[in-house]
Design a protein around this ligand. Structure first.
Ligand SMILES: [Zn+2]
Length: 315
């Protein structure tokens, strides 16, 4: 069984790879402070090990000049993987989760979501049901936008998993598919539920197309996606976005600056802050958290336009 093999990979990698072991050990000292909003909770975490990813330069020039860390030939000698179709399942040596995986395509090819990739994401969620599988668009937190990859983290860590389960605002419903959202959720979310792989795959493709009609962005509509297999069906959360990083990220004044560059995990409700001063500040500044998610997410008007399109689905 795949899950068992992945758990064995973890155990053997932590034994044989000192750098990874150290980084996973460091997770025990990550500080957490609970922040609550009306419709959700958003624990903020101080995780210094994530600075590399949060502050990563992902402009074309930087990406073209570096050696891709997801390509097989550039990986650390200690890193081993499990083949899964056209993917390789690896442990992520810079973790957020206690069992954090990176799942790159075995060949160097752009981070780009489509129906085929979405189908494979559903397969992964099904076969690794102890993990939530997530996708960061090329300008939505992926630190390797030139090499297709998913990530996976332990189920039950991101608050979004429980919150979307209770979502009751239905945008579309048929025999095979339910699409919902949650009001006042700090960020905007489209939740898709169903048991049929082809229907869900087509539905996510249509949601992405609609996102791209409301806010035109290259090279693809900006989204983060989280997928779980739960209670014999898939649940997919799509977070439509309009920006990559909040204005605070770019401030020169060190006291005003916030090093926050959210990807799927942050949209899933766990805010990753690699600097202590940002952690101290955000746990008491709820309005700053809401402001930053507001800058990155669809506006109310944009989201209304999107939900109008979803209401006209025929799936
Ligand atoms: Zn690569």
């Amino acid at each position: 069984m795949l899950q068992q093999k992945v758990k064995e990979l973890f155990a053997s990698q932590l034994e044989q790879w000192p750098m990874a072991r150290r980084n996973f050990d460091d997770l025990n000292s990550v500080q957490v402070a609970e922040v609550r909003f009306d419709a959700c909770r958003m624990p903020v975490t101080f995780n210094a090990g994530r600075i590399r990813s949060t502050a990563a330069k992902v402009d074309k020039k930087t990406i073209a000049e570096r050696r891709c860390f997801l390509c097989g030939e550039n990986r650390p000698a200690e890193q081993e993987g499990i083949e899964y179709g056209r993917y390789t399942i690896l442990i992520n040596p810079f973790p957020i989760f206690k069992n954090h995986l990176t799942i790159p395509d075995s060949s160097h090819t752009d981070q780009m979501m489509n129906a085929e990739r979405m189908g494979e994401m559903l397969d992964l969620a099904h076969d690794l049901s102890d993990w939530a599988i997530f996708y960061n668009g090329p300008k939505c937190g992926a630190s390797a936008p030139d090499h297709f990859h998913f990530q996976a983290g332990d189920r039950g860590v991101m608050p979004v998993e429980e919150e979307i389960k209770k979502a009751d605002k239905v945008l579309y419903k048929s025999d095979k598919l339910t699409v919902k959202t949650i009001d006042n959720y700090v960020r905007k979310v489209v939740i898709l539920e169903g048991k049929e792989r082809d229907v869900l795959t087509a539905a996510v493709e249509q949601v992405m197309k609609a996102v791209g009609e409301v806010v035109v962005r290259e090279p693809e509509p900006m989204v983060n996606i989280i997928t779980v297999w739960d209670e014999n069906e898939w649940r997919v959360a799509v977070f439509p976005r309009r920006e990559h990083r909040p204005s605070q990220f770019f401030l020169e004044d060190e006291a005003a600056k916030i090093v926050f560059s959210p990807g799927a995990v942050d949209f899933g409700g766990i805010l990753i802050l690699p600097r202590k001063e940002d952690f101290d500040r955000l746990q008491v500044e709820k309005e700053t958290i809401a402001d930053m998610f507001g800058q990155l997410s669809f506006t109310d008007e944009q989201f209304a336009e999107l939900t109008d399109k979803i209401a006209k689905f025929s799936l």
